[in-house]
Write a protein that binds this ligand. Sequence first.
Ligand SMILES: *[C@@H]1O[C@H](CO)[C@@H](O)[C@H](O)[C@H]1NC(C)=O
Ligand SMILES: *[C@@H]1O[C@H](CO)[C@@H](O)[C@H](O)[C@H]1NC(C)=O
Ligand SMILES: *[C@@H]1O[C@H](CO)[C@@H](O)[C@H](O)[C@H]1NC(C)=O
Ligand SMILES: *[C@@H]1O[C@H](CO)[C@@H](O)[C@H](O)[C@H]1NC(C)=O
Length: 383
Amino acid sequence: MSFAAVVIGNYVYIDGGEITQLENGSISNQGRKTINSTLSLDLTKSWITTDVTFKRIPKTGPIKSNVVLWKDSARNAFYSWGGNWPFELNKTKAELWRFNADGSGGGRWGLETPSNPELFNSLISAANIAYTTVNNTGYALGGRATKLTTVDRKDGDGNQAIPGMLTYNFDTREWTNETASTGFSPFPSIASASAQYVPTFGPSGLVFVLGGHLLDVDRDFPYANSPAQPFDNLTFFDPVAKKTYFQKATGDIPPSPRADFCLEGLQNPEGGYEMFLFGGVNRANSSTKYHDAYILSLPGFILSIGGMRTTDIEKDKAPQGLLLFDMAELRWMDVYDTTIGAYERHKNITAWYASGSMDKMQWSSEEVKGLFVKQEDGGGMCL
Ligand SMILES: *[C@@H]1O[C@H](CO)[C@@H](O)[C@H](O)[C@H]1NC(C)=O
Ligand SMILES: *[C@@H]1O[C@H](CO)[C@@H](O)[C@H](O)[C@H]1NC(C)=O
Ligand SMILES: *[C@@H]1O[C@H](CO)[C@@H](O)[C@H](O)[C@H]1NC(C)=O
Ligand SMILES: *[C@@H]1O[C@H](CO)[C@@H](O)[C@H](O)[C@H]1NC(C)=O
């Protein structure tokens, strides 16, 4: 787990992570293996999880897990930043790696040189960063530096919450520590949250930052003693106006605290947007794993449960660790079928909108309402 995936052209690329193998019913260190290649899968062909074959691309870059992956659509590329060195092996100073896809499921890794090396060299490399890509810019929020992430940290140094937010511009290759230069960050510090850029709403799109824990930047505080972001009050920001907002969500609220979960988003034909949230861990409770899935639908801020994945499926029915989720039918599948049509909302969500629920929404402010609801044209009424 703790890998990251990105779709470039007809291929999904999977990078980073460790695979765990059950040995006599438990996961031992020997059962943990680092994934030493970047994997890709062809999305133009149907497959079944038992016989799907990954293409393996040799990794000249570092073998890491829990990395930030930013997608650069203009260059058919993605970048890898931060993350953990499994077992602290071969740690180096912070580097940015870029993978150039070749259009046929392969590609090459190379080191990317920043245009402002002084700032870059001062950045602390971390893991558990919330990340997303907004057009030509990668965003990295918070994170946590440990002996697994940072070359000069070792046993006994403790951990450090990373304050604020970093951005990296793919065109100018310039890093910005937003906190230090513009003073803007949606959170003083956050770790193990998930971020998603939603292009659909607001003048420049909005970045949602869900879950995770608000760690103390001055002290090495465990996750368990740090407030978690609940899912009934969601935080998002306008990346251009550099303004943070919140809005209450309703429906099936996912249990929290929830850290390091999977978040994906899709625009629907009705002009809305749905996010799919799956799994993660409860770090306040000996890292209990969640096996549930939720859909967050916008603009209604309505959450609905998308089902459970049982431990049995995880062990026996997810060969190669691969399982697919049908967001329209809300079910887990082991078959990838290219003939399935474009994404449509699940009927329960469609029914919620059809019943006029949007009119009953309690917006946190008129400004937030204005980001999500097209204002009625007040003109044309004559008395
Ligand atoms: C990756 O490489 C390491 C070190 O060479 C090795 O111990 C590990 O088994 C390899 N992982 C896989 C999945 O082959
Ligand atoms: C660490 O470096 C050694 C020497 O270059 C290499 O053989 C080994 O595979 C590396 N291990 C990992 C996990 O990167
Ligand atoms: C960004 O700047 C802030 C304020 O100077 C600093 O505390 C933080 O560690 C910097 N971020 C990174 C990733 O180095
Ligand atoms: C939601 O979160 C924001 C920002 O953290 C906070 O200011 C606001 O009071 C919260 N609203 C509710 C209803 O909890």
